[in-house]
Design a protein around this ligand. Structure first.
Ligand SMILES: *Cc1c(COP(=O)(O)O)cnc(C)c1O
Length: 319
């Protein structure tokens, strides 16, 4: 097993160039005044298909050899990774099969098909998606691309931080949301190279602090599926690739409550006029909770995505 390095992130940046959006970095005088810090929000809610996952998916497919490209790729996900693989595969002329639960929201099934993915559904109460995926991968010779525990996925996600440092220069701290740890691992590799003095903090939902427990205990801790509105961080454990990178390069893992996520969502809607999904608010919610602790510092915050179900979003920010 070879862990990805900064060199892989730099190569990923070349591969995704022209395919991924170079997302904007937004600032807010209101947030700066409240924290006393200079905050830089890297807006992956404006990324293609609405989240940073496009970067890792596109890079992983671009790294395949010719035989693998012909066989196609497979992913199991009902979230942003599904759409990222479907779109990235179509853009590169590769067939993609996405295994999704048959009771996934109709909008998500439609969006994944709309991006060109072949959707295979299963009954999540009777069947195991990993078994189904392994069978399809075996029958069709397809390459399975996991959502976070994969060197090229990690390297691709790191291009978000690479762009941030290119655009704003060195930072004192960087806050990144943590699910399975693909995004923060890639971003930490970029940080170690491009802004070595910058402390990287991961942020998880309070209800699912497996990464925090893992970092503190020194071994991967597995929890049951957490109940939180941060659906992109409902992962139960870090990965074999992401954990060692986090151990080496991440200063600490913090947690925030769902109520703090809602406050952050409201702030982004009302003050900055942007839609950020609950998981995308993890890093920002931790910064807002820090009060004046970050005074005088230059701080990066990755807003990881903006895919919301409109009715659910409206209900959350309405009161
Ligand atoms: C997947 C996802 C995350 C978590 O990313 P990991 O690489 O699993 O840590 C965070 N935010 C959004 C919007 C996501 O889609």
């Amino acid at each position: 097993m070879r862990l990805p390095t900064y060199g892989d992130v730099a190569r990923a940046a070349e591969r995704v160039h022209g395919a991924a959006h170079r997302t904007p970095v937004l600032t807010s005088r209101t947030a700066d005044a409240a924290s006393g810090a200079q905050l830089f929000f890297k807006c992956e809610n404006f990324q293609r298909m609405g989240a940073f996952k496009f970067r890792g998916a596109y890079n992983a497919i671009a790294a395949l050899d010719e035989a693998q490209r012909r066989a196609g790729v497979l992913a199991f996900s009902s979230g942003n990774h599904a759409q990222a693989i479907a779109l990235s595969a179509r853009l590169q002329g590769v067939h993609a099969v996405i295994v999704m639960p048959e009771d996934a929201p109709a909008a998500k099934l439609a969006a994944t098909r709309g991006y060109g993915g072949e959707v295979i559904t299963y009954n999540r109460f009777q069947e195991d998606r990993e078994v189904i995926s392994a069978r399809i991968a075996h029958e069709r010779g397809m390459v399975l691309i996991p959502p976070y525990d994969h060197p090229e996925v990690i390297a691709g996600q790191g291009t978000a931080a690479l762009e941030l440092f290119e655009d704003v220069g060195a930072l004192d701290a960087l806050y990144v949301c943590v699910g399975g740890g693909g995004l923060i691992s890639g971003c930490a590799l970029a940080t170690a190279e491009l802004s070595p003095g910058c402390a990287v903090y991961g942020v998880e939902p309070e209800a699912g602090n497996d990464a925090q427990q893992s970092l503190r205990s020194g071994a991967i801790v597995t929890i049951s599926v957490p109940r939180t509105i941060a659906d992109g961080a409902q992962t139960t454990h870090l990965g074999q690739y992401t954990f060692p990178i986090i151990r080496e390069h991440v200063r600490d893992i913090l947690t925030v409550s769902d109520a703090q996520l809602v406050e952050a969502m409201k702030f982004f809607a009302q003050r900055m006029k942007i839609v950020v999904e609950p998981t995308g608010c993890l890093g920002a919610a931790a910064v807002f909770a820090a009060g004046r602790e970050l005074e005088g510092k230059r701080v990066g915050v990755v807003l990881s995505g903006g895919n919301v179900d409109l009715a659910g979003y409206a209900a959350l920010i309405a009161n």
